[in-house]
Design a protein around this ligand. Structure first.
Ligand code: NAD
Length: 262
């Protein structure tokens, strides 16, 4: 399948987890890929090479820090330099911090809002003029079940993700008469490093084995009892890039094993 041949995509936070899963599925459909995120330079080089060889697409990397608007703008310019355009933007980079409101460190609040919310605004602002010129674009924001419902001790994350859902709707309205769509995907639990840290914390807190902590985490929120996978989320992103999704605009699509049906 090469439904995205000739298109180019930036996926923020794609050196790991969900972003990498989405990058793989877009590459598998023929899209040129600009990776972003932190990590060991040699490992990122290997990843670039592996994706380029596996999917026979151009793969580039940009190290922009999503807390820095100037670096985000530079990343978009770099992608335009490499590929001539940015057709697909996946705002995925994100971090978590778990603490009660009273004990939440200010610096962590600012970092979560900057990376999980403001970066999506800055990147969207940078790609929209080119998408308008070509009258085609896909902006996919990776929100969360926490963009729709809350959990205790995640004030910054829940606020940021609800903000992403709101931003998604505004961008969808501002582009409604164009070939550009903007939508959010709202995953439930996905077993990535971001969630593994929370599983480890439960295991320590409750003095239980890691496997029991994993079941406890899923059991509390996710009726399916199974993790969502990065591959599944990548397939959903590919669908949102397809012509079938031309009139899907401003939605916040749960992919959450039933979490938000409760
Ligand atoms: P992850 O920790 O595996 O990956 C996060 C990625 O973001 C990494 O590539 C990391 O290098 C990058 N990143 C972090 N800070 C950055 C910064 N300042 N600048 C640039 N890149 C940065 O996490 P994940 O679970 O794959 O999460 C990806 C997205 O999915 C996040 O927005 C997260 O909130 C969301 N999400 C995750 C889950 C889950 O269960 N894992 C559920 C719902 C939503």
């Amino acid at each position: 399948m090469t439904t995205l041949r000739g298109k180019s995509a930036i996926i923020t936070g794609s050196t790991s987890g969900i972003g990498l899963g989405i990058a793989r599925q877009l590459a598998a459909q023929g899209a040129s890929i600009l990776l972003n995120g932190f990590g060991d330079a040699a490992a990122i080089d290997d990843l670039k090479r592996e994706l380029a060889e596996t999917y026979a697409v151009p793969v580039e990397y940009h190290p922009a820090d999503m807390t820095q608007p100037d670096q985000i703008a530079a990343m978009v310019q770099a992608a335009i330099g490499h590929f001539g355009a940015v057709d697909i933007l996946v705002n995925n980079a994100g971090i978590q911090h778990v603490a009660s409101v009273e004990t939440f460190p200010r610096e962590r609040w600012d970092a979560v809002i900057a990376i999980n919310l403001s970066s999506a605004f800055h990147a969207t602002q940078a790609v929209l003029p080119g998408m308008r010129q070509r009258n085609w674009g896909r902006i996919i924001n990776i929100a969360s079940a926490h963009g729709l419902v809350a959990s205790a001790n995640k004030s910054a994350y829940v606020a940021a993700k609800h903000g992403v859902v709101g931003l998604t709707k505004v961008v969808a309205l501002e582009t409604a008469t164009t070939g550009i769509t903007c939508n959010a995907i709202c995953p439930g639990w996905v077993l990535t490093p971001l969630v593994q840290k929370q599983i480890d914390a439960i295991a320590v807190r409750d003095a239980i084995p890691e496997a029991a902590a994993r079941s406890a985490l899923l059991g509390e929120k996710q009726p399916s009892g199974e993790f969502v996978t990065p591959e599944q989320l990548g397939e959903v992103a590919v669908f949102l890039c397809s012509a079938a999704a031309n009139q899907i605009r401003g939605v916040a699509l749960p992919v959450d094993g039933g979490w938000t049906a409760q």
